[in-house]
Design a protein around this ligand. Structure first.
Ligand SMILES: *[C@@H]1O[C@H](CO)[C@@H](O)[C@H](O)[C@H]1NC(C)=O
Ligand SMILES: *[C@@H]1O[C@H](CO)[C@@H](O)[C@H](O)[C@H]1NC(C)=O
Ligand SMILES: *[C@@H]1O[C@H](CO)[C@@H](O)[C@H](O)[C@H]1NC(C)=O
Ligand SMILES: *[C@@H]1O[C@H](CO)[C@@H](O)[C@H](O)[C@H]1NC(C)=O
Ligand SMILES: *[C@@H]1O[C@H](CO)[C@@H](O)[C@H](O)[C@H]1NC(C)=O
Ligand SMILES: [Ca+2]
Length: 598
């Protein structure tokens, strides 16, 4: 019976199409177990999950109400846009609604009444999620397509934007670009950004309404005209640099630069027929889940992959906590036809994951025997490496001969051995890359992120200390010491975040002074205070830094009479004395308000 279940599950991916399931429960000679596959969610109508923004403010028609006419009927300007009347309003949401048959609902801009100032509008669509386009983007314009427009995309939630396609009735004139067609592109130029004149010509506003971004035509370069050879496309998506990203977006922006003209010239005497009206924007795509999820759900206002393979994150872009013994990798469409899951592995589990066997052997997969635990430390051998070098890296002998190797290195004092790149390594999720350092015979993580360092990124960088409430694989594992630059000896700290302070400074960050020290660009010993270092002869202590001496006295603590030091001061002394007496009385009177009454 379990055998039958396994058999049925195995038939499913074939019946439903490739990459539909992430795992299945299969029976093998060693008993039942999970088997994992590369997987991806189904394509969806992305307009149902989009947030839209239309710029600039005031570009939507109807506030104040406005009359407009059409190119077909330019002298009957009786149509009205009125934002306050639901029947006559044209808000942005009408670009994404479901329309009844034959009844177009559309967003509409103000008319070009400010001509010759250009009529510009931006329509920005945001998903707050990476989307992989699977079909053409189709923008439907009522009353004529723009004569100049541009499509832009963002891959980082709108922080940076890149041109995606240019559209003009004359590409040379509008963008100084030659006009090209997507179907003329070749395998090496499939991700070229081009200018097309195909969607900007005037052909009557009712006849040709759509502006396309041709995803299918680009796919067809690899998959053939009917997209029958998807395997070839998937292979290209894995191997051609930047191709996958070309079809990935988080945001799209239509920059409408000049409306339909209905002829060659703008008729200044009737500007009410020039405006933009968009009734639909169709975007078909799937959530990008890095081949680690077959479901994508709309939760709390955004799309989210339901990650499998012990991955996590909005795009399944990292390994789950406690599953970071090997570095995260996206699943792969390769090898054909079923791909590789590249699942994250728990610490202590074997390096190799059970991969989907070729479909011919699919019914009775042979599980790979788990490698011995030591293999976690040892570099993973790769096919194609010579027996000589692999042996050198793997053997325990090699490890024990480390010292002799070092000596040998010294002896022949040759250049440092080249560093080889490793993809699988143990870095607690702080790096995806390791290098093998030949002369030390160690595999070490490179470019440790999150302020970590060390062979396995297991230490904190200098100037950071270990967050005791975070696991070693946590992004917050290292906290900046933040030592006060003036108060501390250097910017390092101990395991509890305490910095080493210069003389007189104190506090965890050395930004305080010890008692009997004052802060002034660092801690300095008090010059005067109210206990031991009293200012004398009626002097007052100013912020522990110096005594303000009365006339007639000087010295650090006003301990010295000017009279003794200098004859000239002596002459003035009597007057100064009187002055001091009055000053002192005044000061006392202020401190003891009741004194005068006594
Ligand atoms: C449209 O967006 C672009 C950037 O993508 C910006 O430079 C331009 O000013 C925007 N235009 C309007 C009308 O908001
Ligand atoms: C975007 O998605 C992330 C992750 O789901 C979420 O935390 C964030 O609040 C979302 N931002 C907006 C503006 O919706
Ligand atoms: C994920 O972790 C669970 C244990 O929590 C394990 O049973 C499962 O096999 C793991 N999945 C993969 C794809 O490694
Ligand atoms: C320490 O790690 C915990 C758990 O990740 C985190 O919530 C906390 O913010 C971290 N502390 C600091 C100071 O970064
Ligand atoms: C760090 O330094 C502080 C202050 O000198 C000390 O109290 C603490 O015990 C030290 N912590 C460790 C782990 O050494
Ligand atoms: Ca509509």
């Amino acid at each position: 019976m379990p055998y039958l279940v396994a058999l049925l599950l195995h038939c499913l991916p074939l019946a439903m199409g490739q990459y539909d399931i992430c795992k299945s429960w299969v029976t093998t000679d060693d008993g039942p177990s999970w088997e994992f596959y590369a997987c991806q969610p189904k394509a969806m109508r992305m307009k149902d999950y989009v947030t839209v923004r239309v710029d600039p403010a005031g570009i939507t028609c109807g506030d104040p109400p406005e009359r407009f006419c059409t190119h077909e009927n330019p002298y009957l300007c009786s149509d009205e846009c009125d934002a306050s009347n639901p029947d006559l309003a044209h808000p942005p949401k009408l670009m994404f609604d479901t329309e009844d048959e034959g009844l177009a609902t559309y967003w509409q801009s103000v008319t070009w009444r400010r001509y010759p100032e250009p009529l510009l509008a931006n329509i920005t669509l945001s998903w707050n999620k990476s989307i992989e386009l699977t079909d053409d983007i189709v923008i439907t314009f009522e009353y004529g397509r723009p004569t100049i427009m541009m499509l832009e995309k963002s891959l980082d939630n709108g922080r940076t934007w890149h041109p995606y396609q240019y559209y003009a009735d004359d590409c040379m004139e509008a963008f100084s670009m030659p006009a090209r067609r997507v179907r003329d592109l070749s395998t090496t130029s499939a991700n070229r950004v081009l200018c097309t004149e195909e969607y900007s010509r005037w052909a009557g506003s009712k006849k040709e309404k759509n502006v396309r971004f041709e995803v299918r035509d680009r796919f067809a370069i690899f998959a053939g005209p009917d997209l029958k050879n998807m395997d070839n496309l998937y292979t290209r998506l894995e191997s051609a640099k930047g191709l996958k990203d070309f079809f990935t977006v988080t945001d799209l922006r239509m920059r409408l630069l000049r409306p339909a003209l209905g002829g060659t010239y703008v008729q200044r005497e009737n500007l009410y027929k020039y405006f933009y009206a968009v009734s639909n924007i169709e975007v078909t795509g799937r959530c990008k889940c890095n081949l680690h999820a077959n479901l994508c759900t709309f939760r709390e206002g955004s799309l989210q992959c339901e990650c499998e393979h012990n991955t996590t994150g909005q795009d399944c872009g990292k390994c789950k906590k406690n599953f970071r013994s090997r570095s995260w990798r996206a699943g792969s469409y390769l090898p054909l036809p079923n791909g590789s899951p590249n699942a994250c592995a728990a610490a202590g589990s074997a390096f190799g994951t059970v991969q989907r066997p070729p479909s011919s052997a699919a019914l009775r997969p042979r599980p790979k025997p788990p490698e011995p635990p030591e293999s976690i430390r040892a570099p993973k051998s790769k096919p194609g490496r010579t027996a000589h070098s692999a042996g050198r890296r793997h053997g325990k002998k090699a490890a024990s001969s480390k010292i002799s190797k070092l000596i040998r290195l010294k002896a022949d004092s040759g250049p440092v051995a080249p560093i080889e790149k490793y993809e699988d390594c143990e870095c607690y999720g702080h790096s995806n890359r390791c290098s093998y350092i030949d002369f030390l015979n160690v595999v070490t993580c490179v470019s440790c992120k999150h302020n970590t360092r060390g062979q396995h990124c297991q230490h904190c960088r200098l100037g950071f200390y270990r967050n005791s409430s975070a696991e070693l694989d946590d992004e917050n594992v290292c906290i900046e010491c933040n030592c006060n630059q003036i108060g501390s000896v250097h910017d390092r700290c101990n395991e509890t975040g305490y910095c080493e302070c210069k003389e007189g400074a104190t506090g965890p960050k050395c930004d305080d002074c010890l008692p009997n020290y004052y802060w002034r660009q660092g801690c300095f010993p008090n010059v005067c205070d109210d206990e031991l270092l009293l200012c004398q002869n009626g002097g007052t202590c100013y912020q522990n830094q110096r005594c303000l001496c009365p006339a007639g006295f000087k010295g650090v603590l006003c301990q010295q009479s000017r009279c003794e030091a200098d004859r000239k001061d002596c002459d003035a002394a009597p007057g100064a004395r009187t002055g001091l007496g009055t000053l002192l009385l005044g000061a006392l009177a202020l401190q003891l308000p009741g004194w005068v009454d006594l």
